[in-house]
Ligand binder design. Structure first.
Ligand code: BDP
Length: 708
């Protein structure tokens, strides 16, 4: 149980289910070559049935069999080979039909990929002991269901917490691509159809001929799983790598250079998904240096890709350093300021990839207003599975409840229902392309992400990319059963822990919309509220001894609320109609301001930090109650992480509570903050093999002193 198989363990069901008598004796694989996803579907079904049910099913290629079979293939192949098929609903690309009614199990895709997805769906049912009779068709909500890896060519991963890259080492693609195949298998099972393999802060030497061959090998490893490869580009490549004296997107030699590179890429990767581009952001080069628009920049790549059907994912995460003295400067406004004027100017194969909130993967943000401002442009939502600001896999934080605050948000464009999930899938504004991308950053650690429990986020991301209306609790329950088995106590306990985890982290890190309060300058980890202000990236908490929060209203503040459609803007403009959970995002108030809940802001801070840390501490004891019900290897690993979280949630609680207590001098009604009658300071004990050191920020340890 080292985690490599993730949720695809195919653990044997208890003998009592007698499932071998309930599954067909043959697997009919229609018309599959060895590298096709249908072929993989066949072998996956055979392995799965054996492992889950202990039954050996014969693999039969290319012909229908009269006796009971699992038939896997495309609908078209089925009609040709097996004859009539009852009426099945129309399927989109990658969709599938699954029927377990009657003698046969039919797993029929609209294409090869869909057939493989259906096979995983059937196995997921069996692995959960579900033998019910079903017959249904399902199709993806959107064609773009991608993941992004921020892997560097030297093998490190930006914001990756699961070990070094599975793709790159020492400047080139690794020899042994076993892990890439295993990743492809996991991704196919959650219906992800493309991976951008290198960091958005891209290194142009990915385009060397040796690396193009390497990309070809990665694509070969992924292809049987229906997963395509995409790459991130560095805008300045024609100059820094190609030796031209410019990278101006309108310059003809630059245009030629990119189309030549694109040709070479497609020679190596004939089915490449496309490009991901971060330009003019955080020091990355872009079109602005030549006074060209972001649309002109994006279209440069779009045109090079058009002959091949490729897509440009162009990131909306574009912002400049702010002028600290300008109190109206607000980075949250950057995306709309840059992109709204360009709506309609992008080629049809450009998709603007928009982070869920206007800043950067914070623990709570309002929905990015850009979703409501691009009516004639394709869009996709960008989520983050790697827990960059969210405990870096050392804290349990099940993210779908956070993602749903955005996906289910109704932006009321033109006073009509406009859920973000309907905008990014293209439904609301009738766009052909759209969908989602998530920064995942798995590494070579056998747990993939560094922690067993974080894999629920990857699993659920795939499910939401397929169907953004899926329910977070139902998704995590499937994941738990597939990952840890069918014990009802395990299911109940882990469901509870998972569902409580984001609200808990929110409470002990940054609540009321004040952002995450982590160190913002580099690590994005651990409490460091002092770094949130007075830096070139933002002026976010605007806290002083009497007031806190950022006034983003049109009337008195930065004007950010005016970027939303009228009804939403009006709601946020007025503090009475702004929900408490975003109060400090939109308004600058006294610490003694009374929230809708009746509490003052400062008392809410104290209470939330205590209750959040209390909940996090309960995870440890909840998990300990599962001893003996989860295998020892995973039990101990998770226990260790939760033990750490228990302590670190207290560090968070005390650091933040004390920081604001020191700033405001407003005492805690419950007299907890700054009073720790029970506490024994480690530095006061006889230290054998430890020494003391002074921490920074000072609030991160009582009396600023920790031991090491
Ligand atoms: C921030 C990360 C940084 C990324 C950047 C991005 O801290 O490492 O390069 O986003 O998304 O969240 O481009």
């Amino acid at each position: 149980e080292n985690g490599l198989d993730g949720w695809l363990r195919y653990a044997p069901l208890p003998c009592t289910t007698q499932c071998h008598s309930k599954v067909p004796a043959n697997i009919v694989v229609l018309n599959a070559t060895e590298t096709s996803p249908i072929y993989v579907a066949g072998t996956e079904l055979q392995t799965g049935l054996k492992s889950i049910c202990g039954s050996h099913a014969e693999l039969i290629h290319g012909q229908c069999k009269a006796s009971s079979s699992v038939v896997v293939g495309t609908i078209e192949q089925y009609r040709k080979t097996c004859g009539n098929l009852s009426e099945i609903p129309e399927l989109e690309e990658d969709g599938f039909w699954l029927s377990t009614k009657g003698n046969d199990v039919q797993i029929l895709g609209s294409n090869d990929r869909g057939a493989l997805y259906g096979a995983f769906e059937y196995l997921s049912m069996l692995a959960q002991g579900n033998f019910s009779e079903v017959a249904y068709a399902t199709s993806p909500s959107a064609p773009i269901r991608w993941v992004n890896q921020w892997d560097n060519l030297d093998g490190s991963i930006e914001r990756g917490y699961g070990g070094p890259s599975i793709f790159f080492k020492n400047g080139t693609v690794v020899e042994d691509l076993t892990r890439v195949k295993q990743y492809g298998r996991l991704l196919a099972s959650i219906r992800i159809n493309a991976v951008v393999v290198n960091n958005v802060n891209a290194n142009a030497s990915l385009l060397s001929s040796e690396n193009l061959k390497g990309l070809g090998r990665i694509a070969d490893a992924f292809r049987p799983y229906g997963v395509k490869v995409g790459i991130s580009l560095n805008f300045a490549s024609p100059e820094t790598f190609g030796g031209l004296d410019t990278y101006d997107p309108l310059n003809s030699s630059v245009i030629k250079w990119w189309s030549n590179i694109t040709d070479q890429l497609y020679q190596n990767v004939p089915d490449m998904a496309g490009y991901l581009v971060k330009g003019d952001s955080e020091g990355q080069p872009g079109p602005e240096i030549y006074n060209r628009t972001l649309a002109q920049g994006a279209n440069l790549f779009a045109k090079a890709l058009q002959p091949y059907g490729g897509i440009v994912m162009f990131r909306a995460f574009v912002y400049n350093q702010l002028n600290e003295s300008d109190w109206k400067a607000d980075r949250a406004k950057a995306a709309v300021d840059f992109f709204k004027p360009l709506d309609g100017e992008f080629e049809e194969n450009v998709v603007i990839q928009i982070k869920y909130g206007p800043i950067d993967f914070q623990v709570r943000e309002p929905t990015s207003p850009l979703f409501a401002n691009l009516l004639n442009t394709n869009t996709a939502i960008e989520l983050e599975v790697t827990q960059e600001y969210l405990g870096q896999q050392s804290h349990l934080v099940y993210l779908p409840p956070l993602w749903k605050t955005v996906l289910d948000f109704d932006l009321r464009v033109d006073h009509k229902p406009s859920l973000v999930r309907d905008i990014v899938t293209g439904k609301r504004f009738n766009r052909k392309l759209g969908g989602s991308a998530a920064v995942v950053n798995v590494g070579t650690n056998t747990t993939w992400l560094g922690s067993y429990l974080s894999m629920s986020n990857l699993y659920a991301y795939g499910r939401l990319a397929w169907n953004p209306a899926d329910d977070p609790e139902a998704m995590v329950q499937d994941w738990i059963q597939l990952t840890f088995g069918l014990d009802p106590t395990v299911l109940k306990t882990l469901t509870r822990m998972s569902m409580e985890s984001w609200p808990a982290y929110l409470n002990y890190s940054g609540n009321l919309g004040i952002q995450t309060l982590t160190d913002i300058l580099y690590t994005h980890y651990g409490p460091n509220p002092a770094t949130q202000d007075n830096n070139g990236w933002g002026q976010w908490t605007r806290a002083d001894h009497t007031t806190v929060g950022m006034d983003r209203t049109i009337s008195n503040g930065t004007g950010y609320s005016g970027q939303y459609p009228e009804e939403i803007a009006a709601m946020y403009e007025n503090i009475d109609t702004t929900p408490d959970n975003l109060c400090l995002w939109f308004h600058h108030v006294n610490w003694t301001h009374h929230l809708h809940s009746g509490k003052t802001v400062i008392q809410h801070f104290y209470d939330a930090h205590y209750s959040g840390a209390d909940t996090a501490q309960s995870f440890f004891t909840q998990w300990e109650s599962l001893k003996g019900k989860v295998d020892e290897e995973r039990y101990n690993h998770v226990r260790h992480r939760l033990d750490y979280q228990t302590g670190h949630s207290i560090v968070w609680r005390d650091a933040i509570s004390n920081f604001y207590y020191n700033m405001t001098s407003i005492p805690d009604d419950s007299k907890r903050v700054s009073h720790y009658p029970w506490r024994i300071e480690a530095e006061d004990m006889a230290l054998d093999g430890y020494k003391t050191y002074t921490v920074s920020p000072f609030e991160a340890a009582s009396r600023s002193v920790a031991i090491v």
